[in-house]
Structures are given as structure tokens and as C-alpha cells.
Design a protein around this ligand. Structure first.
Ligand code: P6P
Length: 345
């Protein structure tokens, strides 16, 4: 039969189920969990769209565990995802950027059969950009917890390479969800609001091996270490055939937007450790690990400068890390620069 794309839509759930069927031990539990994550993303997308109209922006009065002013949308998004994940019956434990402690799901809210998962997430990353209408997003990572686990911090204080799934949903001109379940496969889905489904629009995303864009907050350059300073100066002064050929600078200040562009167009995104932020700013569990998981599965690399991001084992759920991620060749050059400086060159 002819493939009538308009009448044979590949939804996210259908696509993930097909991918999972390729794994012998797949039970459909992850697909079910992703249904609840999709619901959260759709709900938050409507809240973000309405924010300006119903005055959901502006300060909610409280501050979150990071000491940042908590905006109304942050509060809403956090509650939406916690409720949606809990209702899936597939979650044993959660970590949210907005909650100081781990969130344990009680046995009554867990499906006794099948797999259980640990979900780490930033419900609304980049929220300081809400009023400016800049793209913001939800970032999440998923671990499978050991059978019988009642859900404890040890289910999430694990290497990023143990994740079984990671993704982000970007609330921009359209609502885009980018997801990987590993195996070198990354797919992009766009929300069709007329039917309320994420539709496969970017199958098998591959990051270019080298790009022409660098993405870093240059306002912090006075605090950078020597390796970072040298590497980014070289991108600005590079020449090809004796003619200037600098990289372009692009920096949104919203990780989801900056990483999304880097995955699609190539280049390097960075939030380094520096004299102002000794461990960097971005959080290991729910920002660095998921983005590193996606970038690596799209053919790129993600490093602290000294080690592969996904090999890190966090000791605290809100731990920060420096991060450089993007095109394979660009990040390899960055790693070489840090190695040279580490050897006292
Ligand atoms: P800076 C947004 O607040 C965020 O957490 C990330 O989304 C973004 O990459 C980073 O902080 C921007 O930080 O210091 O450059 O404003």
C-alpha cells in the first residue's frame, strides 16, 4: 500500500514502541513512562503559550533550592511533571531542579509489575527568559532502577552512561521534543496541536562532525582559565587559506535553545568552570547528563574539559559541572587544549 504520510502519522509513542521492540527485553514500560512525560510537555507548552495572557510570568514570591526567584511557570511546570510522572505508575524516585530533596514515589503509586524508573528533570530550564519570549524548555533523564528498589538516592547518584533515555522539550516557535533511547539514535518530534500528538519530524538526527558556531557567555571571559581563553580566542582568529575564517558567536542563555541549535547546526556549546563559578553553573543530573547523552548518540562529544561527562558519578543530586559539548572534532580540539594546559604547556 502507498505510504500516505498524512494518514500514516508516526507519533512519538509509535516510534519509541517500534524502537523498543528491537530490544528483546523491552516490556513497553519505558513507552508508558514516556506517555506521561509527553503529557507533562503538552501541558507545560499550553501554560507557556498562555503565560503572557494570564500573567503566569512574574515572581511567585518563593525562591527555589537554587536561591533563584521562583516564577509562577516554574512552580506550575514542576507540579505538572511530578503529578504526571507519579500517575504513570512506572516511577520509583524523582529528582527535580525545583526540589531540594529526592521525591520518593510510594508503593501505592507504583505498578507492582514491570520495570520501575528514576527520572531526573529540570521542569522549566531557562525560566529567567520567560518574559522575553525566548525559547525555554524541559530537560529529563531516565535510569532503570534495580528490581525491588524502594527508590533511594543511590538510584540516581550513578554515572550518566547508565541512563536508558534522555530528552528535552523546547517551547519555542513550535514545541519540539528531542529524544534518545541510546543505540546511537536521536529523533526529533514536533507537537501537532490539532491532534495533540508529537509527530516524528527529524528522524535519526546526526550532529555535523565539525561546525562553525561557538556558544558561550563571553560576559564571563574575565573569569575563564587559560585553556578556555586560548581555545575560544583561536576560534575568533582562525584563518583558512590565509584569510580570516572566524566561527560565528551564538548564545541564547537558555540551555535547551543553545544545545538544540548545536545538535542541528554543529559547533560547540560551553558553560565552563571559572573564577566566578568554581564548578560551573549547570547541574550534572538533569542538565549535563541528558544533553551529553543526546549529543553522544547524535555522534558528538561532551566533556568537562578533563573527562567525559557521562563517566562522571555525582555525589549530590544538585551537583554542578563544567560542560563543553557539540561536534566531535570541535570538542576534541577543546579537550586537546585542556590536556596541553594540564601538562603545564
Ligand atoms: P548565564 C538558564 O538560567 C540556565 O540555567 C541555562 O539554561 C543556561 O544555559 C544558563 O543558565 C545561562 O547562564 O550565566 O550565561 O546567564
Amino acid at each position: 500500500m502507498a505510504d500516505h504520510t498524512q494518514t500514516n502519522l508516526i507519533t512519538l509513542s509509535r516510534h519509541v514502541l517500534a524502537e523498543q521492540r528491537a530490544h528483546k527485553d523491552a516490556t513497553g514500560d519505558l513507552t508508558l513512562l514516556l506517555v506521561s512525560i509527553q503529557l507533562g510537555c503538552k501541558f507545560v507548552a499550553t501554560c507557556v503559550r498562555k503565560a503572557g495572557i494570564v500573567n503566569l510570568t512574574g515572581l511567585a514570591g518563593d525562591t527555589n533550592v537554587q536561591g533563584e526567584d521562583q516564577k509562577k511557570l516554574d512552580v506550575l511546570a514542576n507540579e505538572i511533571f511530578i503529578n504526571s510522572l507519579r500517575s504513570s505508575g512506572k516511577v520509583a524516585i524523582m529528582v527535580s531542579e525545583e526540589d531540594e530533596d529526592v521525591i520518593i514515589v510510594s508503593a501505592k503509586d507504583r505498578d507492582p509489575a514491570g520495570h520501575a524508573y528514576a527520572v531526573v528533570f529540570d521542569p522549566l530550564d531557562g525560566s529567567s527568559n520567560i518574559e522575553a519570549g525566548v525559547s525555554i524548555g524541559t530537560i529529563f533523564g531516565i535510569y532503570k532502577v534495580a528490581p525491588g528498589s524502594t527508590g533511594t538516592a543511590k538510584d540516581v547518584l550513578r554515572a550518566g552512561r547508565d541512563m536508558v533515555c534522555a530528552g528535552y522539550c523546547m517551547y519555542g516557535s513550535s514545541t519540539s521534543l528531542v529524544l534518545s533511547t541510546g543505540n546511537g539514535s536521536v529523533s526529533g518530534y514536533t507537537l501537532d496541536t490539532t491532534i495533540g500528538e508529537f509527530i516524528l519530524t527529524h528522524p535519526n538526527i546526526r550532529i555535523p562532525p565539525r561546525g562553525k558556531i561557538y556558544s558561550i557567555n563571553e560576559g564571563n571571559s574575565v573569569y575563564w582559565d587559560a585553556a578556555c581563553t586560548e581555545y575560544f580566542a583561536a576560534l575568533k582568529t582562525r584563518q583558512v587559506d590565509g584569510k580570516p575564517a572566524p566561527y560565528s558567536a551564538r548564545y541564547v542563555g537558555s540551555m535547551v535553545a543553545d544545545v538544540h541549535r548545536t545538535i542541528l547546526y554543529g559547533g560547540i556549546f560551553a558553560y565552563p568552570a571559572d573564577k566566578k563559578s568554581a564548578h560551573g553553573k549547570l547541574r550534572v543530573l538533569y542538565e549535563c547528563f541528558p544533553m551529553a547523552f543526546l549529543v553522544e548518540n547524535a555522534g558528538g562529544r561532551a566533556t568537562t574539559g578533563a573527562q567525559r561527562i557521562l563517566d562522571m558519578v555525582p555525589t549530590a543530586i544538585h551537583q554542578r559541572s563544567p560542560i563543553f559539548l557539540g561536534s566531535r572534532d570541535d570538542v576534541t580540539d577543546l579537550e586537546a587544549c585542556y590536556a596541553k594546559h594540564a601538562n603545564g604547556a
